[in-house]
Ligand binder design. Structure first.
Ligand SMILES: NC(=O)c1ccc[n+]([C@@H]2O[C@H](COP(=O)([O-])OP(=O)(O)OC[C@H]3O[C@@H](n4cnc5c(N)ncnc54)[C@H](OP(=O)(O)O)[C@@H]3O)[C@@H](O)[C@H]2O)c1
Length: 454
């Protein structure tokens, strides 16, 4: 597609734009990509926030970059924007909402109305969080669909831009050896963890109104789960892939209030309320156990866990296979460890398969745990940042790595009963910084004889 493309970044002076979007665009320009990107308009109120970015920017980037003073609440700003758009006839317009989420609705409605006067091909990119609950997500979808077609909408979940997450698809559907064992007959359980070392530095206001369940589980962790659990699509093509992911989300068992109290752990790191400056019951940690009611996954637990101020920064998905049969469980008094396939998403980009092997002493002695590793960076060379992949896909019009409207609602359908149940109980457990979270998170998995893998 060689049509010239113009980016309008609403929130173009913000943290996301400065830390992720501009570096990604510059990196691609250096690689000779984005040949049809003719202009980037950074829309915002405070030009001075761009000084450092521009001081360090490449000349090629600076040549196509322009700041436009723009306040969403000010009519004159729209007039300026409309004038800018009127000079871009024939070009594709990409509007990227890198705004505080409470401004999404207003931005969609006002942009949608403004664009009615133009015939340019257009795309609308919207950052997370997509709504704060099921009803606000539905409302946002309704507004988006009023002004834009689904083909024009790109709902971002930046985890889908990460190569090791996409590699789950390649791992499953280009390696026939896994298909036969990828089910309840061979898999004991699955764990998905996104552990963070940092707290809520500088984002207290946003985070306190959202919490870990909305910030991480509703989107990123359920997206990883969908890739792990989906059926092979009928064809390898955007809508078939998204259809299969939606089916997984729709097959997830919704939790009753009793199940929420047994299967969901909500906790906060000590000192969080002090940081917020008042007593808060927002969770900075959540762990939960979910089940998928379908033929492949019946009774296989999916354990999800995420939190801030933990011992290390790590994102991983672990497929834990079943134990060997009873009569082989005891090799001179030891049980062989269960095989595990680990997808490490951060800090490394690795796949690891644990394989037990013979002990050097004796055939009957306890087998030793070995491992086979595939390092994606070593194999592929440099791998692009999530935002590089996503921006390239937006420009080329590939929506596979973006979340469809029904998909985002299906994910909220799982999270909403938990939020509802939490409305009833305001109590929150605490955990010490630098640990792997609260006691209850260990209890959640250990009560069934399992353990978290870090
Ligand atoms: N930061 C990240 O690492 C990250 C990661 C994933 C997703 N996100 C998502 O990305 C979005 C932006 O986050 P952020 O961290 O970049 O936020 P931020 O640093 O607070 O930036 C917000 C941006 O919105 C602009 N803005 C605010 N009110 C405005 C108004 N009335 N009119 C026009 N512009 C206005 C600000 O412009 P001025 O300051 O110039 O007024 C600024 O450019 C959020 O949806 C967030 O959830 C962020």
């Amino acid at each position: 597609m060689d049509r010239p493309v113009v980016f309008f970044i609403l929130g173009g002076t913000g943290d996301l734009a400065r830390r992720k979007l501009y570096p990604a665009i510059q990196s691609m320009l250096r690689k000779g990509k984005l040949k049809n990107l003719s202009k980037i308009f950074a829309l915002g109120r405070k030009r001075e926030k761009l000084e450092e970015t521009l001081a360090k920017a490449d000349p090629v980037f600076k040549r196509i970059f322009e700041f436009v003073e723009f306040d969403l609440t000010d009519r004159k700003s729209y007039k300026r924007l409309s004038e800018a758009v009127s000079t871009l006839s024939g070009k594709e317009l990409i509007f990227y909402l890198a705004l505080p989420p409470q401004l999404f609705e207003q931005a969609v409605v006002n942009l949608g109305a403004l664009l009615r006067d133009f015939t340019n091909p257009r795309k609308l990119v919207i950052e997370k969080p997509f709504g704060l609950d099921l009803s606000s997500a539905k409302k946002l979808n309704f507004l988006l669909e009023k002004y834009f077609s689904e083909e024009e909408i790109y709902r971002i979940d930046h985890f889908l831009g990460k190569v090791p997450v996409q590699n789950i698809f390649a791992l499953r559907f280009s390696n026939y050896i896994f298909e036969g064992v990828w089910n309840k007959n061979f898999i004991d359980h699955i764990q998905i963890s996104a552990l963070e070392e940092e707290g809520v530095e500088g984002r207290v206001g946003y985070y306190d109104s959202v919490g870990a369940l909305r910030d991480m589980v509703q989107n990123h962790l359920l997206q990883i789960l969908s890739f792990i659990a989906m059926e092979p699509p009928s064809v390898v093509e955007t809508e078939s892939i998204r259809d299969e992911k939606v089916k997984v989300l729709k097959s997830l068992r919704k939790l009753s209030p009793e199940e929420v109290s047994r299967q969901v752990v909500k906790a906060q790191y000590e000192g969080y309320s002090q940081e917020v400056g008042r007593v808060s019951n927002t969770e900075t940690f959540v762990a939960l156990k979910l089940y998928i009611d379908n033929f492949r996954w019946q009774d296989v637990p999916f354990y999800l866990r995420t939190g801030k101020r933990l011992k290390e920064k790590k994102t991983l998905a672990v497929v834990v296979f079943k134990k060997v049969p009873g009569n082989f469980r005891s090799f001179l008094g030891c049980a062989p460890p269960q095989n595990m396939l680990t997808v490490e998403i951060a800090p490394g980009n690795r796949l690891k398969l644990s394989i037990n092997m013979i002990s050097p002493q004796k055939l009957e002695a306890c087998p030793l745990e070995g491992s086979m590793e595939l390092d994606l960076v070593r194999e592929l060379g440099e791998i692009p940042s999530a935002y590089e992949t996503l921006i390239e896909d937006i420009i080329s019009g590939d929506r596979t790595l973006f979340v469809r409207g029904d998909e985002v609602e299906a994910a909220w359908e799982i999270v909403q009963p938990i939020l509802d149940s939490w409305e009833e109980t305001k109590d929150i457990e605490t955990y010490k910084e630098g640990t792997y979270g609260p006691e209850s998170a260990f209890e959640l998995i250990e009560r069934n004889g399992r353990r978290w893998v870090n």
